[in-house]
Design a protein around this ligand. Structure first.
Ligand code: C2E
Ligand code: MG
Ligand code: MG
Ligand code: MG
Length: 279
């Protein structure tokens, strides 16, 4: 009897797997047309000094699916990486973000996430160079955020590419710091311009004493290496106060503002709504 129940359970599990697989295929199919059908949006989330002064924005991709509504990037970016679409999509995000930032009256910085696949396929340096020329954005206003996934795989190729991007004047930030396997060793291989402490350490600040110690240790290490730090996922004043006390330079999170259409932040970038509407 146990055996039969067991088999039944396996069958249910397989059906779920089939469904999941079918669903992934459907999504992947829709993803192929999403660019053409204008279903992508770029949201912007403010980045601020710990005193609250906004210094820039991170561009975050959104997919407005016709029947599913907003599909979270954590769901569709892996699919776009699987079939290589992320190269085109990533280029589109870069162009949108740079074009937007170039129109701001204040020279705030703009941060864009890059996928490891963009480092392995296509000509990332050429396309970024091209986009900067096309949009007229000063390279020093662009920051690219990479995770350690970029340095796994063809390490030498990725490293050379990072060096050439840096030579263009672009800044390189290490995203999700502390979550990977080798965050520390990557600090040794490349002179990152910024470290983004992962949200998980910040959200556990109050509840877990270890998190506070880890954040302190990252700050002390980064500062010894002369690398400024931005804390991700700052949601409360208590977290901000802790970071200010510990001399963390910058913060990003719901406390400052959620990712949203740039229109919501026009006052922060110095654009009046009137000017934008009648331009
Ligand atoms: P990320 O680059 O680490 O981005 C930060 C994520 O944390 C964003 O999720 C943001 O909405 C969320 N977040 C920010 N502040 C808070 C907060 O205070 N509390 C909480 N709970 N969450 C906060 P999002 O937009 O869903 O993006 C998820 C991930 O998808 C990003 O993580 C990034 O790895 C990836 N992603 C987003 N846009 C792009 C893109 O254009 N290209 C690539 N390659 N990846 C992207
Ligand atoms: Mg990021
Ligand atoms: Mg992050
Ligand atoms: Mg993340």
């Amino acid at each position: 009897r146990a055996k039969r129940e067991g088999r039944g359970r396996v069958r249910v599990f397989e059906t779920e797997m089939d469904q999941e697989l079918r669903d992934r295929r459907l999504l992947q199919h829709d993803l192929r047309q999403a660019l053409e059908l204008n279903q992508f949006l770029v949201y912007f989330q403010p980045q601020a000094r710990v005193d609250g002064e906004v210094i820039g924005f991170e561009a975050l991709l959104r997919w407005n699916h016709p029947t599913r509504g907003f599909v979270p990037p954590d769901q569709f970016i892996p699919l776009a990486e699987e079939n290589g679409l992320i190269v085109q999509i990533g280029e589109w995000v870069l162009r949108e973000a740079c074009r937007e930032a170039a129109s701001w009256p204040r020279p705030l910085q703009v941060a864009v996430n890059l996928s490891p696949v963009q480092f392995q396929a296509g000509d990332l340096e050429r396309s970024i160079h091209q986009i900067l020329l096309e949009t007229g954005l000063t390279p020093t206003r662009l920051e690219v955020e990479i995770t350690e996934g970029v340095l796994i795989g063809d390490f030498t190729r990725a490293l050379n590419l990072l060096r050439r991007l840096k030579a263009l004047g672009i800044r390189i930030a290490m995203d999700d710091f502390g979550t990977g396997y080798s965050s520390l060793s990557y600090l040794q291989s490349f002179p990152f311009d910024k470290i983004k402490i992962d949200r998980s350490f910040i959200s556990n600040l109050e509840a877990t004493p270890q998190s506070a110690e880890i954040v302190r240790a990252v700050l002390s290490l980064a500062h010894a290496l002369n690398i400024p730090v931005i804390a991700e996922g700052v949601e409360t004043e208590a977290q901000r106060a802790f970071l200010a006390r510990e001399a963390c330079e910058e913060m990003q999170g719901y406390l400052v503002g959620r990712p949203d259409l740039i229109e919501r932040y026009f006052d922060l970038v110095g654009i009046t709504v009137e000017r934008r509407l009648f331009a």
